[in-house]
Design a protein around this ligand. Structure first.
Ligand code: ADP
Ligand code: ZN
Length: 732
């Protein structure tokens, strides 16, 4: 107890230094959850196991203290691509970091070794096999070390999803360097893996820090595939000019979808293990450098992709487990900004996976169990955020997450859930709880199957009681009832059994939620929640032009675009519009090095843009204002871009495929919401002047009087537009 107080006191002074370093080098002014605790443990030289979800900010937990401490931090990382990205990112922030692996030439290797020898580096990234080489161990034994950081530490555990035998050798570190602390970082949440990591690395009383697995900035939506590609396109079109990943189960599907997207005018490339190395690397780079927006891929894509501004992940087909889903969907929104995760599943996905697993020899009990859990997730009617974290043994407080289709009421439930559920459960009872879900749904659908006739189940009162529905829908409802614990599968043949809660349903004391069966053209998903506060005050045009500038720079330097600046930094620039280096430094995500390297260029660009458009610069650095009450409809927001680009009502109606009358409604929401004062993009100058004069004479709130004053020569629509702009001008 006393020792722990002692190190807390020591760290109380140094954590401030780390905080200052983070501000100066990274340009961040607050910690993400558990970062402070993780860094304090590093400062106290206490072994740690840190479990944070993808995008949780694990790297900073060792990178920042490494910069403040004496000696070298040795970072173990499984993938060459991952090392290079991290080292690039560190170097652009002005940190002395290097990696050492087989991709380097002999000369480059000697340079790195020399730098280690003369204590010129703060961080060195290595794969385990390079680290455990006797020469390397001897070298590291001869220089001061600040710590060992083991990234992707679950690779050491055979219980994890990515076991790498070479990680096992890392146990040696504690023997060879007993005085140096070892810190393990992973996003894999299960307790078994966590303990295995500590045991395999022989950590000494490690501090185990486990973050929340919820990713509140991700909007989850899960839908059955009913309308072909159209469903996917709705997502993609909502994210014009933004980066996204589309996951498919098979290579063939990847090729097909990538081709269709290109035909439809979306820039997409394919990525799967069947492509040549060259093609794969080329496609990956064009995604990272933002020359194309979309990667269509199998699960082969993503390990080692650190791109922070992926704005959507579409699953065109169900993944094989919730672990995989968490990982893959987790690649969206690593920068903490909102992102969409849309899963479109089909009735055949389950069968496709069992076939694939059988042919690759992976079809063990654990894999099938994981697949079933995934299947249940798809047909669940409870909060997606809650379902996901519960699977990982956690829970979230809120009843309403506000960021999933269930909580946002975007799923459609059958009107008479109770009666339908009662019909199903009573059939289970009539079948004496001795048959499985398939058989039961056949009976409910009124099948005349030989087996049913033989057993005389066609004589049951529940035979055909749901015959107006397709068998697949009935089958889904059974899974939904199991998911809501009204029934369960037992025994060798997964016979259905009614649970206590199920009996309550039969007595009418509890109503479960059942999804409306899929119909073509029905169940149209509304777009996710309106733009959140993170776009508040951001000049979108400026943001887009800053993205172009970033893309150019990234191309010139051959680094991924987000290494230059993340989306959050660009948004903050387009919000504050700094006109000097001092105010540029205030931007979130701009540290001193980046300010020095890019400041002048960006400030100049911003000044030119704002000058040309008459836009205010150095907007006060007020914290994000609270979200405005929803006075605009989500569908209207889509039209705002068109109006901002100066499109007329007719033009906007054409590009959006909506009626002009509808778009006029959007325009009035736009004028009010954006406080527009100039009506001339929509009403000609002379008419606008006439209406203004008229308002001076008769006032602006009586439209009919105005219309008559103007001899009926100006339409009501035009009068409304001018009056609205004038009201905005006088209010401002
Ligand atoms: P992980 O390794 O846990 O998946 P990263 O370390 O790659 O996550 O961090 C994800 C993103 O969050 C990166 O862009 C990183 O720079 C950013 N980040 C990390 N910590 C902070 C912080 N305290 N404030 C703002 N951004 C942060
Ligand atoms: Zn929810």
């Amino acid at each position: 107890m006393s020792t722990s107080t002692a190190w807390k006191n020591v760290s109380a002074t140094t954590i401030d230094r780390v905080r200052e370093t983070i501000r100066q080098l990274w340009g961040y002014d607050s910690f993400r959850p558990l970062q402070q605790e993780a860094i304090e443990a590093v400062l106290a030289d206490r072994d740690t196991v840190v479990v944070l979800p993808t995008g949780g900010g694990k790297s900073l937990c060792f990178q920042a203290p490494a910069c403040c401490r004496e000696g070298l931090a040795v970072v173990v990382s499984p993938l060459i691509s991952l090392m290079k990205d991290q080292v690039d990112a560190l170097q652009t922030n002005g940190v002395a970091a290097a990696f050492y692996n087989s991709s380097l030439s002999t000369a480059e290797r000697s340079t790195v070794i020399e730098a280690v020898r003369c204590d010129a580096l703060k961080l060195l990234y290595l794969a385990p096999e390079s680290l455990l080489n006797e020469h390397m161990l001897a070298l590291l034994g001869s220089v001061p070390l600040s710590m060992f950081a083991i990234d992707e530490a679950h690779c050491i555990s055979s219980w994890g999803h990515d076991f790498r035998p070479e990680y096992r050798g890392l146990r040696l570190l504690k023997q060879r360097f007993p005085e140096v602390a070892v810190h393990a970082y992973t996003a894999t949440a299960t307790e078994r893996v966590r303990h295995d990591i500590a045991a395999q690395l022989a950590l000494e009383e490690p501090e185990i820090l486990v973050g929340s697995f919820d990713r509140p900035n991700l909007n989850y939506r899960v839908q059955r595939r009913t309308r072909g590609l159209e469903q996917m396109l709705e997502v993609i079109e909502r994210h014009q000019n933004e980066s996204g990943i589309v996951y498919c189960i098979s290579r063939k599907e990847v090729e097909r979808i990538a081709e269709s997207l290109n035909t439809l005018g979306h820039s997409a490339v394919a990525y799967h293990a069947g492509l040549s190395d060259e093609e794969r690397i080329g496609n990956q780079e064009s995604f990272l450098e933002e020359r194309i927006n979309i990667v269509v891929a199998t699960v082969a894509f993503g390990m080692g992709i650190d791109k922070s501004n992926v704005r959507f992940v579409v699953h065109w087909g169900m993944p094989k487990s919730l672990e995989a889903y968490q990982q893959e969907s987790g690649r969206a929104g690593r920068d903490g900004l909102e992102a969409d995760c849309c899963l479109f599943f089909g009735g055949n996905d389950y069968g496709t996976w069992t076939r694939l697993m059988a042919s690759s020899g992976e079809a063990n009990d654990a894999a099938l169990e994981a697949l079933q859990a995934m299947d249940r997730f798809c047909s669940s009617t409870s909060c997606r955020h809650q379902d996901l974290v519960r699977y990982f043994g956690q829970s979230i407080e809120q009843q309403q997450c506000g960021a999933c289709d269930v909580c946002l009421d975007q799923i459609e439930l059958v009107d008479d859930s109770l009666i339908t559920a009662q019909k199903i459960l009573s059939c289970v009872v009539r079948l004496e709880q001795m048959y499985g879900a398939d058989y039961t749904s056949q009976v409910l659908a009124g099948s005349q199957d030989q087996r049913i006739l033989e057993k005389q189940h066609d004589r049951l009162s529940t035979h055909g009681i749901l015959s107006e529905f397709p068998k697949a829908a009935i089958r889904d409802w059974i899974e939904q009832l199991i998911g809501q614990e009204c029934a369960r599968k037992v025994g060798e043949y997964s016979q259905l059994e009614v649970t206590d809660l199920g009996w309550q349903v039969l007595r009418g004391e509890h109503t479960p939620r059942l999804l409306k069966p899929a119909t073509r053209g029905g169940a149209r998903g509304r777009p996710s929640a309106a733009d959140p506060a993170s776009w508040e005050g951001v000049d979108r045009g400026l943001f887009e032009s800053l993205r172009d500038l970033r893309r150019e720079l990234a191309g010139e330097q051959g680094v991924p675009a987000y290494i230059v600046f993340g989306d959050a930094a660009l948004r903050d620039m387009a919000r504050r519009r700094p006109s000097s280096l001092d105010s540029f430094l205030e931007v979130q995500g701009v540290g001193q090095k980046k300010c020095k390297d890019y400041g002048e260029l960006f400030v100049k660009h911003i000044a030119e843009y704002c000058d040309a458009g008459g836009i205010a610069t150095d907007v006060s650095a007020a914290p994000l204002p609270p979200r405005k009450p929803a006075e605009v409809s989500a569908s209207a927001v889509a039209a705002f871009e068109n109006f901002k680009a100066g499109e007329s009502v007719a033009e906007a109606a054409k590009s959006l495929g909506r009626a002009e009358s509808t778009v006029r409604g959007y325009l009035s929401q736009f004028l009010r919401h954006e406080q527009i004062t100039d009506p001339t993009p929509w009403v000609d100058e002379a008419t606008a002047r006439r209406v203004r004069d008229a308002i001076e004479q008769v006032g602006g709130d009586r439209l009919k009087a105005l219309f008559e004053y103007l001899n009926g020569e100006v339409s009501y629509d035009d009068i409304r537009i001018v009056a609205s702009c004038l009201a905005n001008a006088t209010a401002g």
